[in-house]
Design a protein around this ligand. Structure first.
Ligand code: 13P
Length: 249
């Protein structure tokens, strides 16, 4: 059985006080689903958050990292640094990193390798832009993003990968892919994986959907057979909304 995962990506939101307040709100929520729950605060909030949630089932994860071990990379954070504060999972390839910070498939392949070398789990994000969907090239765009960054890996490496399909046109726009569009793409992704690595790898892969998931639409999206969870932006900044989504499974 594939894992259900709901991960909250806080992006560049919450200062220290806001982060502390949100964590205590999160701790007050009741979980009724079997989903694995993760939150990705900013780097400045990671340390206190891992400490604060040590005895909680919520896993604290990072939004990004550099591929190098250490050295002259001003402003960057390495896998080892994340591991040293108890962060074992990292989001890589978010469309905002690709669009605003010029992250390429090649760079992402290196980041994925660095994370796996440090026994970290990766939530690997990808997704087409609106123009790709309008030109009906969305499937090939997504297939290339996955192949270019991940298909040098061994089959067993995929045990440490979670995939997150986030169509760029649905992020922060209030416009969600329909449950049918999400299912169609997730099924295509699973087939792409199966063609390259076989059914065992493909069927064990958790594929999350991200893009304007809210309490009101989560249940319908999560009801689709190839949607194994969600990567949540805006709605993850409110504890009640976030847990309404967690409990939508
Ligand atoms: P929104 O839920 O705000 O659309 O953001 C989705 C996202 O980018 C999560 O990584």
């Amino acid at each position: 059985m594939r894992k259900h995962i709901v991960a909250g990506n806080w992006k560049m939101n919450n200062d220290l006080a806001q982060s502390v307040a949100l964590i205590s709100d999160l701790k007050r929520q009741n979980q009724t689903s079997n989903a694995e729950v993760m939150i990705a605060p900013t780097f400045t909030n990671l340390w206190h958050t891992t400490e604060n949630l040590k005895s909680s089932p919520i896993e604290v994860i990072a939004q990004n990292m550099h591929f190098a071990e250490n050295g002259a990379y001003t402003g960057e954070v390495s896998a080892e640094m994340l591991k040293s504060i108890g962060v074992n999972t990292v989001i890589l390839g978010h469309s905002e990193r690709r669009a605003y910070f010029n992250e390429t498939d090649e760079m992402l392949a290196k980041k994925v390798d660095a994370a796996l070398e440090h026994n970290m789990r990766v939530i690997f994000c990808f997704g087409e832009e609106l123009a790709d969907r309008q030109a009906s090239t969305h499937e090939s765009v997504v297939a290339n993003q996955i192949k270019n960054a991940l298909f040098h890996l061994k089959a067993t490496d995929f045990q440490s990968i979670v995939l997150a399909y986030e169509p760029v046109w649905a992020i922060g726009t209030g416009e969600t892919a329909s449950p049918e569009q999400a299912q169609e793409m997730h099924q295509f992704i699973r087939k792409t994986l199966s063609d390259a690595y076989g059914d065992t790898v493909a069927n064990a892969m958790s594929i999350l959907y991200g893009g304007s998931v809210k309490p009101a639409n989560a249940k319908e999206i999560f009801s689709k057979p190839d949607v194994d969870g969600g990567l949540i932006g805006g709605a993850a900044l409110n504890a009640e909304d976030f847990y309404a989504i967690v409990n939508a499974f």
